[in-house]
Design a binder for this molecule. Structure first.
Ligand code: NAD
Length: 371
């Protein structure tokens, strides 16, 4: 038995614990069937932490998140905590994790499984075979820039201010991740900004070009304005391989790309920090979806986004490519058999629960390793 590393599981709220339970089963499977063990801890984040400790993330859980090789988070939030102020809400726990782990790059794959090509609102020929990776800058830009706030002017009007700021090193470190990723995929990066109307966008473009010239000239680099990119994503999304963009545009474009795939219950994500001397990065893996309070506690949520987030962790934090592919392949094979949770249900398919979907995926993994 080899110990692959340490994991902190943060199931959170709503459907979080239900989908995280299925990842625990994959972890057990890896131990039993592949001799790969993880040191697994579990903690509270979001509403459940507010209920237990009065804060969305305790200092102790934060310290544990900083100490492990990877954090796996399901989802936070729900109507119970909606009335709380910004800094006391469940989401504040997630923001604190991102900030203190210095997770500056958010990786969002938008992949269309062949079996789900009809789930997209776009025509099958537009999305079949789609495989995009959006790299969004996560700790800078207009969501964090100062000055910010709402003030009252002498004439009694109110003014809201946010500031878009990027420094060279912030642009370089996220672009570097995009270039490295592209080298393992289609070798093409499209850098997206609004350099035609924003100085910060112009700087973004200039710095991406400088880094490309200095270190990544072998990768094909293109540039696109953010408004044009949002159009191209629905017109001809398969033209993209890796997209790198700032925090604000990345927020929108990654949601748009997510919708191309048809279901939010299918989409994983990874957030990465800087590499240490050993090349290890702080990393947080989470599904794109939220806590889905409307379906929580009924064993009907789709566990696939959470399971694929774990596949990303296997690949990026533990260098377990074979096991990541095994899990991804099992998901694809199960979808081909017609097994569906409610969110991706189509006529003629077999509707199943969260736990039955995971049972079937695990059985498929058994079959794949036996083959
Ligand atoms: P949501 O993603 O939770 O749900 C949107 C819709 O998609 C709902 O109809 C839901 O039932 C469905 N859905 C989501 N995940 C699903 C899954 N795995 N399987 C099947 N159906 C699924 O977004 P929302 O409704 O806007 O937000 C609900 C709560 O989640 C709010 O409190 C919000 O703040 C929070 N939220 C948290 C995160 C996060 O933790 N990262 C992200 C988004 C929203």
């Amino acid at each position: 038995m080899s110990v692959a590393g340490s994991l902190l599981l943060l199931p959170g709220d709503g459907i979080g614990p239900e989908v995280m339970r299925q990842v625990r089963r994959v972890i057990e499977w890896l131990g039993k069937r592949r001799g790969i063990e993880f040191k697994v801890e579990e903690g509270l984040v979001g509403g459940c932490s507010i209920d237990a400790h009065g804060v969305p993330l305790t200092d102790e859980t934060m310290a544990r998140a900083l100490a492990v090789d990877a954090v796996l988070l399901a989802a936070v939030g729900g109507p119970k905590w909606d009335a709380l102020g910004f800094d006391k809400r469940p989401e504040a726990g997630l923001l604190r994790l991102r900030k203190e782990m210095e997770l500056f790059a958010n990786l969002r794959p938008a992949t269309v499984f062949d079996a789900l090509v009809d789930a997209s609102t776009l025509k099958p020929e537009v999305v079949r075979g789609l495989d995009i990776m959006i790299v969004r800058e996560l700790t800078g830009g207009v969501y964090f820039g100062e000055p910010r706030g709402i003030s009252t002017l002498p004439n009694g009007e109110r003014r809201g201010i946010n500031t878009q700021i990027y420094d060279t090193h912030e642009i370089h470190r996220v672009a570097r991740i995009a270039f490295e990723l592209a080298r393992k995929r289609g070798n093409t990066v499209c850098s997206v900004e609004k350099g035609n109307v924003m100085e910060s966008g112009l700087l973004w473009r200039q710095e991406v070009i400088a880094l490309h010239k200095a270190e990544y000239a072998d990768v094909t680099l293109t540039h696109m304005l953010a408004d044009a990119c949002s159009m191209q994503l629905v017109r001809n999304p398969k033209q993209f391989d890796v997209i790198v963009t700032d925090n604000l545009f990345g927020d929108m474009l990654s949601d748009e790309a997510a919708m191309l795939t048809g279901s939010i219950g299918m989409l994983p994500s990874a957030s990465l920090g800087a590499a240490d001397a050993q090349g290890k990065r702080k990393a947080l893996y989470e599904p794109v979806h939220g806590s889905a309070p409307d379906i929580a506690g009924r064993d009907i949520a789709n566990p696939i986004a959470m399971m694929l987030s774990f596949a990303m962790a296997l690949r990026w934090s533990f260098d377990l490519q074979t096991e990541a592919e095994l899990l991804e392949q099992a998901v694809e094979n199960v979808l081909k058999t017609g097994m569906r949770t409610g969110d991706i249900m189509q006529p003629g398919m077999a509707k199943c629960s969260t736990s039955v979907m995971a049972d079937t995926i695990l059985r498929e993994m058994d079959k794949l390793v036996a083959a």
